[in-house]
Design a protein around this ligand. Structure first.
Ligand SMILES: Nc1ncnc2c1ncn2[C@@H]1O[C@H](COP(=O)(O)OP(=O)(O)OP(=O)(O)O)[C@@H](O)[C@H]1O
Length: 374
């Protein structure tokens, strides 16, 4: 690990908006999330050199991009920053190969990755002679990523690279970005409105709100904070119910039933078989709306994932629903969203033992977007 560190501290005012952010990012993916107009693109723009901050300092290890106190402003083309935008922005008159080579020509030193390896990693081999108008959105975006990589970046900025793609294309391109992540030893800033993308791809997350850093740190730790969830939920079009991100481990495979059991710390969840070895880590996202409650251990039930829990808190969530916060074991906290009427009928109260019935779980790695439950 080279341990390249990006260090950012900038303020930038434009009419009606002030950006004032400070953060560090090391190798691996730092997800950047926040409502529309939070300053995500502006932050990337300042790092890439597309705009001049009023004050601050931006440095990648000892290469100083900006230091307003010393009058330093490194031109964008000298920064060795790869930038992938929402749309691929390929040159329409050039073939895929020529688009890729444009990236390589701009290179100012040794490549981050050899050309053949970039082509292999991003699955571009069969596309090299095509013009951009004959590419699907996902293919074009893979070429754009390849072009950025071949410019030998020391830092990769990705501004909602998947947002213009439909779900099928997103699924198709996600493994390539994951492979990139494993292969590259440089900081990648990945902006997304989609929490599932961040959960799947990021090591750390930076939450921006109103031009400021609202939170920064480990993905599960930050995104499990309810104040953070209230800032960003609904942003990705999902219903605004609380969700819990869990760092789980594969405990064993039930080969006879094609199931994989996951240890979630204090409980076990069975999901449709995963091609992962026992001990492998997998990130899950459990939505409150996918958890039902029972006050007695249910028998004769098709749902297999029934977890013993205790009610910690009950909070109104709109006129007809409540969010019930549950403790599972010593550490794990889950939420169930149920109707007021159900809460009344079941006489739910803080401290009461309940059984949480998990209806579905979003798996944040491997090939399943949404895990089928046992
Ligand atoms: N050059 C500019 N001139 C004036 N206002 C600007 C300029 N660039 C950005 N803004 C404003 O600054 C705010 C932050 O914009 P930015 O594009 O960084 O937000 P964002 O978090 O990336 O949003 P989105 O998720 O919608 O892309 C917005 O209110 C935007 O209108």
């Amino acid at each position: 690990m080279s341990g390249t560190q990006l260090s950012v501290r900038v303020t930038q005012r434009v009419e009606g908006f002030a950006l004032d952010v400070a953060f560090e990012a090391g190798p691996g993916v730092t997800g950047i999330i926040g409502p529309s107009g939070a300053g995500k693109s502006m932050t990337l723009g300042a790092i890439a050199g597309l705009a001049r901050p009023q004050s601050g300092r931006i440095a990648l290890d000892n290469r100083v991009f900006v230091d307003t106190a010393r009058g330093v402003f490194m031109p964008p083309e000298q920064r060795r920053v790869g930038y992938v935008f929402q749309e691929a922005r390929l040159f329409p008159h050039l073939s895929v190969a020529e688009n890729l080579d444009y990236g390589a020509r701009r290179r100012g030193g040794a490549g981050t990755m050899p050309r053949a390896e970039v082509i292999d990693l991003l699955g571009l081999g069969a596309l090299l002679d095509r013009r951009p108008h004959r590419l699907s959105g996902g293919e074009a975006q893979r070429v754009a990523i390849g072009r950025a990589l071949l410019s030998a970046p020391q830092l990769l900025l990705m501004d909602e690279p998947l947002s213009s793609l439909d779900i099928r294309r997103r699924r198709e391109i996600m493994p390539f970005i994951e492979a990139l992540h494993r292969r590259l030893d440089l900081p990648i800033l990945f902006v997304s409105h989609n929490i599932d993308e961040i959960v799947r791809l990021a090591d750390r997350v930076l939450v921006l709100h109103g031009g400021r850093v609202a939170a920064c740190g480990e993905v599960a730790e930050v995104l499990n904070r309810l104040d953070v969830q209230s800032l960003i939920l609904g942003e990705d079009g999902s219903a605004a119910d609380p969700a819990t991100i869990i760092e789980a481990r594969v405990s064993h495979h039930d080969d006879a039933h094609h199931l994989t059991e996951l240890d979630i710390g204090g409980a076990t969840l069975a999901v449709a078989e995963l091609a992962l070895a026992p001990g492998a880590r997998v990130r899950l996202r459990l939505h409150a709306r996918d958890i039902a409650l029972a006050t007695e251990r249910p028998t004769a039930l098709s749902i297999q994932n029934v977890i013993e829990a205790k009610i910690v808190e009950i909070k109104a969530a709109g006129p007809s629903q409540v969010d019930v916060k549950l403790a599972v074991g010593a550490e794990l906290r889950l939420f169930a969203r149920i109707t007021n009427r159900a809460a009344e009928q079941l006489q739910l109260a803080t401290g009461r033992p309940v059984w949480a019935l998990v209806k579905s779980v979003a798996l944040a790695s491997d090939m399943s977007e949404s895990g089928r439950m046992a």
